[in-house]
Design a protein around this ligand. Structure first.
Ligand SMILES: Cc1cc2nc3c(=O)[nH]c(=O)nc-3n(C[C@H](O)[C@H](O)[C@H](O)COP(=O)(O)OP(=O)(O)OC[C@H]3O[C@@H](n4cnc5c(N)ncnc54)[C@H](O)[C@@H]3O)c2cc1C
Length: 539
């Protein structure tokens, strides 16, 4: 996607090409038997997969180890091995599909499994029970279990970022991610859109009736109020894509990178002066062990907005600790989600748990049909600005509709893109979010009412749930240096790259923005050893 208000863009690209032109390409090191790692990346999630892969390819003379606490997923399996996969919520995918059909498909790369994959309480083995929110524990991280919505962030997303991380700096990286990830509105391999007759068509007609505009880009490129469209998702040829499938899996063919699964980093070990990480205590398949870092080694923490601060605090890094860093574990934010229900007589629900045999066969044989269709089918945007919305900012609420899961009912979800930080110490300002939702829900209720569809929940009573985009717990510029991504506080070789860096919630669903951040961060970290080798060379 090209967007050309930006004068610094050509300068940046020229600078990158100049660096690439003088790049020294080294042979790939064989790290099969190494016991000292040049790079340890904690977490193979959305950000970690990109950083690890780009470091392995950009610095081929370095040995890179990726530690992933969870099990494998369809995102990096070279050959299908159902026994090693975690079971999806109700288990039927691995058990019936793979044995009956001897198919390589797994729940983890089948788009339509979203509703049976998510485990909102975090109680499944690919979540972290006992943590404050659902956060992924599986190769690919959130990108293996999420709704895969890709939205090109609005310009204002970057307002709160430090110099060097504004929109004009990020645009080339966003474009590269768009190209690489295959964001599409039509994930099914046969190019058709499925499940539109399961409620989204009803809401679309209602919203058109009150003046909303529909367009192909509406739910992707810098979403605007009063527009709607089919969302884009990460998929290629009917299968989910993620940074693990598109970046990490190909990199793992190299001899200088290894991925260890069921490998949880417990603690980073520091030298006596607490200025250098020297190794890590980990638990590998239930066994404790210590791994060593090479003399000029680097640790990159990519555990996500909830787990990264936990690793830091366990390692004596945080406010008033051995490495004194005031910004660790501060400023947690999330998007907030709610819903409203409408009575639509005659609407038939979509059978997903389990799916019909016909749908299973269509997917297994052709990667097509309703099981190739991710959850959200229609997304639109409402300006919910209030008297106390910060001047110059937007207050956007998204609505989206998936396939109905109950006969005679349409459930419309609402996402508060820009919750206010709660200065009293909570995660978000409840009152502001509640009033924003109310304003947006009234718009949808009016549209549905005009078509004769009654709202069945009490209009003033709706849930406020975390959206699972936890961010801000090691903010860029405060917790890490924005030029190096290295932690502040005196330690010289620990970086953080994941949602923790985000100063604010992106004004869209955020994985797209995060992938671009991770790509740029990897380019910077490839300079950690003081020489430019290959820096995001395809940009
Ligand atoms: C159900 C759900 C639906 C979502 N839908 C969307 C969507 O449609 N669009 C969108 O933009 N965003 C969506 N999100 C949010 C998005 O997926 C996350 O914001 C994003 O994945 C965060 O990326 P991350 O790299 O920070 O962390 P993660 O992707 O969570 O990766 C962290 C990884 O680190 C591993 N890890 C953590 N601690 C350790 C440790 N100590 N040792 C070893 N490994 C460790 C974890 O197991 C995990 O694999 C959704 C999230 C969820 C949970």
């Amino acid at each position: 996607m090209k967007f050309t208000v930006v004068s610094a863009f050509p300068v940046l690209v020229a600078a990158i090409f100049a660096q690439t032109a003088t790049a020294v390409v080294r042979p790939v090191k064989d790290c099969t038997n190494t016991d000292k790692w040049d790079v340890v990346v904690i977490g193979s999630g959305t950000a970690g997969s990109i950083v690890a892969a780009e470091l392995a390819t950009g610095s081929p003379d370095k040995c890179v180890l990726v530690l992933e606490a969870g099990k494998n997923s369809g995102q990096v399996l070279k050959e299908h091995d159902a026994e090693k996969l975690p079971q999806s919520q109700n288990g039927f995918f691995e058990k019936s599909w793979t044995t009956v059909h001897e198919s390589p498909e797994t729940a983890w790369n089948t788009p339509g499994t979203y509703d049976v994959l998510n485990c909102w309480g975090g109680e499944c083995e690919y979540g972290w029970p006992d943590r404050r929110a659902l956060t992924a524990k599986i190769v690919g991280g959130g990108s293996s279990i999420n709704g895969a919505l890709m939205q090109y962030p609005n310009l204002e997303t970057w307002d709160a970022y430090p110099k060097g991380w504004k929109f004009e700096d990020m645009q080339p990286y966003l474009d590269k991610i768009e190209e690489k990830m295959g964001a599409t509105s039509y994930p099914s391999a046969d190019g058709k859109h499925y499940n539109d007759d399961k409620g989204s068509d009803i809401v679309k007609e209602a919203m058109l009736g009150i003046g909303f505009r529909e367009s192909e880009d509406a739910a992707f490129f810098m979403p605007q109020a009063y527009t709607m469209g089919i969302p884009r998702v990460c998929a290629k040829n009917g299968r989910r894509t993620s940074p693990a499938s598109e970046f990490l899996a190909p990199a793992l063919d190299q001899t200088n990178i290894q991925l260890w699964t069921e490998a949880e980093a417990e603690k980073i070990l520091l030298d006596a002066s607490s200025t250098k990480a020297t190794g890590l205590d980990i638990v590998l398949k239930g066994e404790k062990q210590t791994i060593k870092l090479a003399d000029n080694g680097l640790v990159v923490i990519s555990g996500g907005g909830i787990m990264t601060p936990e690793v830091l605090l366990n390692s004596d890094i945080g406010p008033g600790l051995k490495v004194d860093n005031d910004a660790v574990n501060k400023g947690l934010t999330d998007k907030i989600v709610s819903n409203a229900e409408f009575h639509v007589p005659g609407l038939k629900k979509y059978e997903i748990s389990p799916p019909t045999q016909e749908h299973q066969d269509l997917y297994v044989e052709k990667q097509s049909g309703p099981l190739a269709q991710f959850g959200p089918l229609l997304a639109g945007f409402i300006d919910a600005s209030l008297d106390d919305t910060e001047p110059g900012k937007k207050n956007t609420v998204e609505f989206f509709v998936g396939a109905s899961q109950k006969d005679d009912e349409v459930k419309v979800y609402f996402v508060h893109f820009t919750p206010k930080k709660d200065l009293g110490g909570g995660t978000f300002d409840r009152d502001y979010t509640t009033r924003s939702f109310k304003k947006a829900m009234d718009v949808v209720a009016e549209a549905m009412g005009k078509k004769g569809y009654e709202q069945t929940n009490e209009p003033d009573k709706f849930p406020l749930n975390a959206m699972n985009h936890p961010a801000g717990t090691c903010e860029i510029g405060k917790c890490v240096d924005e030029n190096t991504l290295l932690l502040k506080g005196g330690v010289t070789n620990i970086a953080v790259v994941d949602n923790s860096l985000l100063p604010e919630q992106a004004v869209v669903h955020s994985v797209f923005s995060l992938m671009a951040i991770a790509l740029r961060a990897a380019g910077i970290l490839n300079n950690f050893w003081g020489e430019v080798q290959i820096q995001n060379d395809e940009l």
